[in-house]
Design a protein around this ligand. Structure first.
Ligand SMILES: C[S@@+](CC[C@H](N)C(=O)[O-])C[C@H]1O[C@@H](n2cnc3c(N)ncnc32)[C@H](O)[C@@H]1O
Length: 330
């Protein structure tokens, strides 16, 4: 079954996600590609564990979903998101039994290692979401990434490396077969969580049902306010701490005038770690002569620190144009 970000709760509950099998172990696979691993691996259990697969490629998502359906695996969910966002915001503490990473992108060029998934912050996040005895399973053909991941796991202070044989299914993925056909072998390591640090999520909420909870501001525009051009505007907040909330970047891209009512719509691009959302923020006239700046429901945005900040950036832009803010709700 395919889930979008807005289908999840923050954090979610395995009993809600897998209502028929809530008591089974829960396995997350990061970067499942065309989805060969899970149908093989699930068969090695008496009862298929609950499965959550995360990918950033939409084509892979569709292929894997078809494969899961053909294998009759009903307690399986796949989603198109960056792994760190899903783990931090959706997966509750101490809930997963395994996090499987088969042949992750190695980012081999010098200076590109910050793009690698298996760095110390990810290991700390993973350890916080794994149950007692839970582990990250890495299989890779890439010698240098393998050494790098082992060093990062050690630096995280919350993982113990066990050098064991890989599950047979990890050697049957698309990339496993590709490298084997080229005569290359694969490394495998099981990183067992030795502690469960507190790595908070809780920064995301769905678009509120109650209008007053939608990020907004009320302001009085100057009488002659009628923008005829718009310069792109960017604002940025840095990451706060190793285990803390990611920073955000907001870019106000364009301004559109409404033909139907007194107002405008700002198009904004919001980037938080690996998550990007395109949102619309309305600036709409009210009966009392003030204007309401509010995040639009269009596109199903998730309320994140960056999305709230985008409403603040639009408000600040209007203040620079002479607006007087009477209320801030973001
Ligand atoms: C080299 S492929 C391996 C695919 C598959 N595991 C296999 O063994 O055939 C790496 C996969 O990881 C996915 N990926 C890369 N970064 C990711 C991220 N941050 N979150 C989720 N998936 C990611 C890529 O889209 C790609 O499909």
């Amino acid at each position: 079954m395919i889930y979008q970000l807005g289908d999840f709760h923050f954090p979610d509950d395995p009993a809600r996600l897998y209502p028929h099998t809530p008591e089974r172990p829960w396995v997350l696979e990061v970067g499942f590609g065309d989805g060969h691993f899970w149908p093989h691996y699930a068969r090695t259990f008496a009862e298929a564990p609950n499965y959550l697969g995360v990918e950033i490629s939409g084509v892979s998502l569709l292929k894997a979903n078809r494969r899961l359906r053909d294998a009759g695996l009903e307690n399986a969910i796949v989603t198109k998101l960056p792994a760190d966002v899903l783990v931090r915001e959706v997966v509750p503490p101490r809930s997963l039994t395994e996090i499987v990473v088969n042949f992750p992108d190695p980012w081999p060029k010098p200076g590109h290692t910050e793009h690698r998934l298996l760095r110390a912050p990810f290991f700390r996040l993973a350890a916080s979401r794994l149950r007692d005895g839970g582990a990250v399973l890495l299989t890779t053909d890439h010698d240098e990434y393998f050494e790098f991941a082992c060093a990062e796991a050690e630096a995280s202070g919350v993982m113990r490396a066990e050098h064991v044989a890989p599950p047979a299914a990890a050697l049957e993925t698309k990339y496993a077969r590709k490298w084997r056909d080229l005569g290359l072998s694969a490394h495998h390591v099981r990183f067992v969580a030795t502690a469960h640090p507190s790595v908070p999520g809780g920064t995301f909420t769905p678009y509120p049902e109650n209008e007053t909870d939608v990020p907004h501001a009320i302001l009085k525009l100057p009488a002659a306010f009628a923008p005829t051009d718009f310069d792109k505007r960017t604002a940025h907040a840095p990451v706060r701490g190793l285990d803390s909330t990611p920073g955000w970047t907001v870019v106000l891209l364009d301004l559109y005038a409404s033909l139907r009512r007194d107002g405008w719509v700002v198009q904004a691009h919001v980037v938080e770690a690996e998550l990007t959302q395109e949102v619309l923020i309305g600036v709409t006239g009210r009966e009392d002569g003030t204007h309401l700046v509010r995040l639009a429901r269009f596109g199903g945005p998730i309320i994140t620190p960056g999305v709230k900040a985008a409403v603040g950036v639009v408000t600040a832009w209007l203040e620079d144009g002479g607006a007087q803010v009477t209320h801030r709700g973001y």
